[in-house]
Design a protein around this ligand. Structure first.
Ligand SMILES: C[S@@+](CC[C@H](N)C(=O)[O-])C[C@H]1O[C@@H](n2cnc3c(N)ncnc32)[C@H](O)[C@@H]1O
Length: 235
């Protein structure tokens, strides 16, 4: 069985498996934009001791929490409180963003950061979800237009807007990326069902989603799946 780095999210597990393929036991650097408190990286970074990781988020409390959680990793795991739409001095082999793009207000500026942050030939794994926009919870649905108004008047913290796959791909190409692939993960019904499941059951779920990704196009899978990952390469 492959190592499980997260039990609750097939999209993130797939990205971790890709990073494992790329880095194995070798040295490398990851820049994680919109990292939150980065919690989900713990198992992966433990299993890959030669990787350095830097996380960026503009939520100060998340960064404070992240620094506490990862204290034991020393200097190879660092965090900074920054706006991912404006930064870009880091040079990384890989850029990631988990459950993030739907929360980014200026996606073009964000893509420019991803581009300037990557080494030539480097890959970005940018992930976004639709849960907020399909929720049956009225309060959550109402927060969508409210958050967009708040962002318009300069408060970006709670921002959420559905990401249009095709538009986002075009924006990435305009910034100078080659789009390698776009994948759908986290089938709605299964994501909840798998909460608390055994490792074996979770692995079956992940394998099933990989198979579905081979049989159907992202557009066909879109109505059933909650999470999208776009893989980009800096030319
Ligand atoms: C849903 S959370 C995802 C957190 C984490 N990546 C995870 O998967 O658990 C989205 C994060 O994006 C951050 N964010 C949104 N726009 C940002 C920006 N322009 N710069 C930095 N962080 C941003 C928010 O502060 C929030 O922590």
């Amino acid at each position: 069985m492959k190592p499980l780095y997260t039990k609750g999210n097939a999209a993130k597990q797939w990205i971790f498996e890709e990073l494992h393929e790329q880095f194995g036991d070798r040295e490398g650097s990851v820049l994680d934009l919109c990292c939150g408190c980065g919690e989900i990286w713990q198992g992966f970074l433990e299993a890959h001791p030669r990787l350095t990781y830097h996380g960026i988020d503009f939520d100060r409390s998340a960064i404070v929490k992240a620094k506490k959680i990862f204290e034991r990793f020393g200097k190879r795991v660092t965090f900074s409180f920054e706006d991912a739409q404006k930064t870009g001095q880091e040079r990384a082999d890989v850029v990631t963003a988990f459950s993030a793009i739907e929360h980014v207000y200026d996606r073009e500026a964000f893509l420019k950061t991803v581009h300037t942050s990557l080494v030539s030939g480097g890959k970005a794994y940018l992930n976004y979800d639709v849960g907020h926009f399909r929720s049956h919870n009225l309060k959550e649905r109402l927060m969508v237009p409210v958050s967009q108004f708040l962002a318009f008047i300069g408060i970006q913290g709670p921002y959420m807007k559905r990401v249009d796959d095709e538009r986002f791909q075009r924006q990435a190409e305009q910034v100078g990326f080659k789009v390698i692939e776009l994948r759908k993960h986290n089938m709605g019904a299964l994501k909840g069902f798998m909460r608390g499941a055994s490792d074996e059951a979770v692995q079956v779920w992940y394998d099933f989603e990989q198979q579905m990704g081979k049989l159907y196009t992202p557009k066909e899978l879109d109505p059933l799946f909650l999470s999208t990952t776009i893989v980009l390469e800096k030319l």
